[in-house]
Design a protein around this ligand. Structure first.
Ligand code: HEM
Length: 512
């Protein structure tokens, strides 16, 4: 009896001590329930939400989520205000899938906080741009934006050309042999070498020798982070620790970060020797040097009181955001074109018109003329956006139509849903580059195509990505005709942190 009494007293004490949190929790849940009553979503039961319905196989789960999106959202986008709801266990989540709801979330200057799922990346990417919030984020974004100005990016075009040349030589070994080759790992390594040289001024050489500790660390970190995001039990510290993930994540972080730190030191010494770190650097000096993004940050370091660790975090963020994303986009473009000889022929025509028989690497002017290649790249981004989930945690109550989403709620923005909205896309389920004819683009709501997100927190590397992709695709298709083995909708894209094909990009290469 005494034990029971002590137990009850303990419970009462805990409740009284946390009454503020408990009232907030109850208010939050009643607001969430009220909002959910106006938005469609799959059936749920208390505490488990819809978890009992979830398919455990990743592939089947992706079909299930797609089916829910079609059923609850695209069937009647106006009635649903472009949203559907999901109880992920006891956690309420809203999915925004059409421009009506997406605009409200992404255009906001205040709803810029990332949900706690991103915290796993903090150990690796520290205070890098992708993780920052509030004023911290605004100031850093302002500081970094000039480094992505077109006048800076145009200097990387020769690097795109040189690294793609190495890729072509590797492709050549497989050409005209009827061999089926998965080009995804080859494109990924090329993307990694490009971002390493442009962001850090370092030649990684991952295309020619694969066994680098750093490259392995970067790949494993992304994989482990994705497992952490999708398996909620890993959020519990004891399970995370005994699963072995914690140890591996920490040691790979150390390898990746130490590598970047060493590169920073080497670049600093090189710039110091050239006198580029003392005092004012002239416009002329900047213009004539092939400076990496890191060099620009080093040159701004003093004036902006950036610590070495902050600098490291930004460079690691560029490495994380800037390699696999575009490798996925370029791979999907190539694979779609390999299924559509009629579109590939138009790509060949455009390239022949630009280059004739000249073998030069693409120049800035050449890239500007690649109108049809850009349409194909954008169409691949529409069909298979490399970043399949954009998430926010609401910083305040947010009205969308007559629904108020409460502060604290996790909102997932879905670029895939937005780009399958039949109100805006003539052939939503098909690879059809004409979707990006200029008149069609002008007639469309800009938030119905958001592979690079939108609003103030959009992708800072968007122009970089488009330049790199057009340059690489032109070089590849100038040399080869490509036939894909799997045909859409086979080779289901699987949502990880970055969208990946379930069966690689298997193709046959023929020299033109
Ligand atoms: C096809 C290629 C790419 C795609 C589809 C892509 C997509 C995105 C998306 C959707 C976001 C917003 C993420 C969010 O809000 O959660 C983002 C942010 C970001 N991206 Fe990209 N990205 C690409 C290439 C790049 C490249 C090449 C770089 C750097 C060189 C880069 C650097 C960044 C950074 C630093 C952010 C954070 C921006 C911020 O929070 O202010 N991205 N990207």
């Amino acid at each position: 009896m005494a034990i029971l009494l002590a137990f009850l007293l303990c419970i009462i004490f805990i409740i009284l001590d946390n009454r503020r949190k408990i009232t907030d929790f109850i208010t939050y849940y009643s607001k969430a329930r009220k909002a959910f009553s106006k938005i469609p979503g799959p059936p749920s039961i208390p505490l488990f939400g819809s978890a009992h319905l979830f398919k455990w196989n990743v592939m089947k789960f992706s079909y299930q989520v797609e089916e829910w999106g079609r059923k609850y959202l695209l069937a009647d986008p106006e009635k649903s205000h472009g949203m559907w709801h999901l109880w992920a266990g006891p956690v309420p989540v809203i999915v925004c899938g059409t421009h009506e709801s997406i605009r409200v979330i992404l255009e906001s200057n205040s709803n810029i906080t990332k949900p706690h799922h991103y915290q796993i990346l903090e150990k690796w990417l520290g205070t890098g741009l992708v993780i920052r919030t509030n004023n911290d984020w605004h100031a850093r974004r302002k500081l970094l934006t000039p480094a992505f100005h077109f006048n800076i990016l145009r200097r990387y075009i020769p690097i795109f050309g040189e690294q793609t040349q190495i890729l072509l030589n590797i492709f050549d070994e497989h050409a005209d042999t009827n061999e089926i080759v998965d080009v995804f790992p080859l494109i990924k390594r090329c993307g990694l070498d490009i971002i390493a040289e442009t962001a850090m001024g370092t030649r990684l050489g991952s295309q020619t020798h694969h066994n680098s500790q750093y490259i392995d660390a970067v790949y494993r970190l992304s994989q482990i982070a994705w497992d952490h995001i999708r398996f909620p039990w890993l959020w519990l510290k004891p399970i995370w620790n005994i699963s072995g993930y914690a140890n591996e994540f920490n040691s790979k972080c150390e390898i990746a970060q130490n590598f970047t730190r060493k590169v920073i030191e080497q670049r600093r010494e090189a710039l110091e020797e050239e006198g580029l770190l003392d005092g004012e650097v002239t416009e002329e000096q900047v213009k004539t040097k092939k400076l990496a993004l890191l060099d620009l940050l080093l040159m701004m370091q003093k004036a902006n009181a950036l610590s070495d660790e902050e600098l490291r975090a930004e460079v690691d963020t560029f490495m994380f955001e800037g390699s696999d994303t575009n490798a996925s986009a370029i791979g999907f473009t190539l694979w779609f074109l390999g299924q559509h000889p009629e579109y590939q022929e138009k790509v060949h025509e455009e390239i022949d018109e630009i280059f004739g028989s000249d073998n030069r690497h693409p120049t800035e002017e050449d890239i500007c003329r690649m109108v049809y290649i850009e349409k194909c790249y954008k169409e691949a981004l529409r069909m298979t956006p490399p970043v399949p989930i954009i998430a926010r945690q609401l910083s305040h109550d947010t009205p969308i139509g007559d629904v108020v989403l409460p502060e604290g709620m996790t909102v997932i923005v879905s670029p895939v849903s937005a780009s399958r909205d039949a109100r805006y896309w003539e052939r939503p389920e098909e690879f059809y580059p004409n979707h990006f004819d200029s008149d069609k683009q002008a007639a469309r709501d800009s938030y119905s195509f958001i592979p690079f997100s939108g609003g103030p927190r959009n992708c800072i590397g968007q122009k970089f990505a488009v330049l790199e992709a057009k340059s690489m695709l032109a070089q590849i298709f100038r040399r080869f005709r490509i036939e894909s083995i799997d045909i859409w909708p086979a080779n289901r894209p699987l949502p990880e942190i970055i969208l990946k094909p379930s069966n690689g990009f298997k193709v046959q290469l023929y020299r033109r």
